[in-house]
Design a binder for this molecule. Structure first.
Ligand SMILES: Nc1ncnc2c1ncn2[C@@H]1O[C@H](COP(=O)(O)OP(=O)(O)OP(=O)(O)O)[C@@H](O)[C@H]1O
Length: 270
């Protein structure tokens, strides 16, 4: 009988999951922004959902190695990131689009993406092709020689996505990537995400539930720094009922799971 083999099963990896976190805790100022969460994420596109202040950005920035955990264990691509060498090796395989990113307005788009590729140590002989491919994938081919300062907000966001994928990352972390994209570009973007998710672990923080419905196979739902739910999108859809608030099954599931979480019960004394 034929069996289905996923890319993660055939990939020559030394780790069970691309992202493995146990009791991961991250402090921001006096707050515990990520509060002891466990995660095991492999290939595929995973949405990170949650209300404002839930800890989504803090989690993504921690996985992007921008923030250091306060406690707990974190392994990315099987590496516990204990040395500078491990960190450097990992960063070559990471793609990260922050909520806002800095850039030199006088750089052309091609120069910007090439600069980011150089920072990620994309080999010199692959550089030109990698840059062109990334620009093509975000549909900015005809703007490649334009200065960054002349791009529209949505185009800048796409430039940010191009720099995040220029090194064909094994882990791609995107914080609110579709903000400012027009509907046609959002649809293109979802296709791109699904395509990248065939080989890589993609984590997308978003408030747009329809993006999750269209592009993500899995969901991590956060509230107050904790994981309320982590699992397949279908389980989130099934969690809600007609009495829960929301215009779609995903929104109703989102509302139901947040409401049911112990931290949101009246007896939790909040
Ligand atoms: N630099 C900081 N200093 C102090 N507290 C911070 C800092 N950054 C974040 N926080 C706090 O950490 C918590 C989580 O914030 P975070 O930005 O990770 O949430 P989020 O889920 O991404 O929110 P949003 O949906 O509004 O973007 C919030 O209570 C926030 O106020």
């Amino acid at each position: 009988m034929p069996t289905t083999v996923s890319p993660s099963e055939t990939a020559p990896t030394r780790y069970a999951h691309h992202i493995q976190a146990q009791a991961l805790t991250v402090r921001r100022g006096r707050r515990t922004a990520v509060d002891g969460i466990d995660l095991n994420l492999g290939t595929g596109v995973h949405g990170v959902l949650g209300p404002n202040g839930a800890g989504k950005t803090t989690l993504i920035r921690t996985l992007a190695t921008v923030l250091t955990p306060h406690s707990g264990d974190l392994e990315l691509l099987g590496s516990a990131l204990r040395s500078r060498g491990e960190l450097r090796a990992l960063r070559r395989q990471l793609g990260y689009l922050p909520q806002t990113f800095g850039h030199y307005p006088r750089f052309t788009l091609r120069e910007f993406v090439a600069y980011m590729a150089w920072l990620k140590e994309v080999p010199r002989h692959r550089m030109a092709d990698a840059v062109q491919h990334a620009i093509d994938r975000v549909d900015l081919t005809d703007r490649a020689e334009d200065r960054m300062g002349s791009l529209s907000g949505g185009m800048l966001r796409r430039a940010g996505i191009a720099q995040a994928i220029v090194n064909d990352p094994a882990i791609l972390l995107l914080d609110e990537p579709t903000v400012g994209l027009d509907p046609a570009q959002r649809m293109e973007f979802r296709t791109l995400l699904r395509d990248i998710g065939e080989q890589s672990c993609v984590l997308v923080s978003t408030h747009l539930v329809e993006d999750v419905g269209a592009a993500c196979a899995g969901v991590v739902l956060m509230d107050e720094g904790r994981t309320v739910f982590a699992g397949p999108l279908d389980h989130l859809r099934a969690a809600g009922s007609d009495t829960d608030q929301g215009d779609s099954a995903i929104e109703r599931g989102y509302t139901a799971l947040l409401r049911r979480h112990p931290a949101n019960q009246p007896e939790a004394g909040r």
